[in-house]
Design a protein around this ligand. Sequence first.
Ligand code: SF4
Ligand code: SF4
Length: 316
Amino acid sequence: MADEFDGPVSPDHEPSAAAEQAARKGEDEAPVEIFDGVRGHDGNPILPVKLKEGDMFAFSCHKGISCWNECCHGADIVMTPGDMLRLSRHFGIRPIEFLDRYCYQAQWDKAGLPVAKLRMTGEDGSGPCQFVDDETGCTVYENRPVTCRYYPLGLAAIKMKGQETKDSFNFLVKESHCKGHDESKLLSVGQFRKEQGTDEYDQINSGWMDILMKAASWASTGGPYGKEISAKTQGMFYMVSTDIDAFRRFVLETRFLEIYQIDPETIKVLKTNDSVLLLLGFDWLKNVIYGEPTISMKESVLQEGIAKTRNELGAS
Ligand code: SF4
Ligand code: SF4
């Protein structure tokens, strides 16, 4: 068993948030901006406009436009788990190598959780993106990060009273350096999302977004059970989000499979499929952090836990 994973393999180390989860079921959650679409640092005020799927807006970005590549300087880009997989594949390396070479760790303050961001060049990070070419633009275009795909849209989500699932919506961000807004091409939010291929990413990032969203929404009361998410769990969240090979070792080389019910076919798939493993990772984290029933413990482990608790309480 790998020492590096002497960490949590069950939700025991986080106080279960199941009761809080149940108590909060009837509440609205605050809308949370997942990708804010703000990439420049020109200090200009930003005027977000909420848009529905069919709403139209004028925008076009093309080589020859006066601001070509301006948005790729000093950009603030959160790397989603889907971005990590796609871009590392693009370079033929594993996500941990991509992380080391091109990213840095930052805290997503809204949720108090760590995220990876794309490193910009220049001492203060205000230089061009490592992947931009003055002439041809983005050199990783077909695998560019979700924030770059969405721009100039942002993505936010909200869960309303009584709903089990979240509603996502987009908003338009107009930064003064971006001249794409002055172009005459009209398109709907739905058309833009299709052109940019964002749906595929939204699927793979969905569990990650749920966790960030709930953490941000609960932050006003200090987090699950009024407590900040522990440093250990924050570390696990960062590991699953950025280093899928470490999470694979965690699943296969610790007591994880002794504790959780995962069918043998799925275990076979997890050994080689990063995307499926990612889905498991975020289901597991939802259970660890929020007590959601997204993954089940084996009956024998549950019975052991109940017996241990009874013992500790002195029950016969
Ligand atoms: S990844 Fe591509 S689109 Fe995104 S900031 Fe870098 S060069 Fe620009
Ligand atoms: S139009 Fe906007 S998105 Fe396109 S290059 Fe200019 S600043 Fe970037």
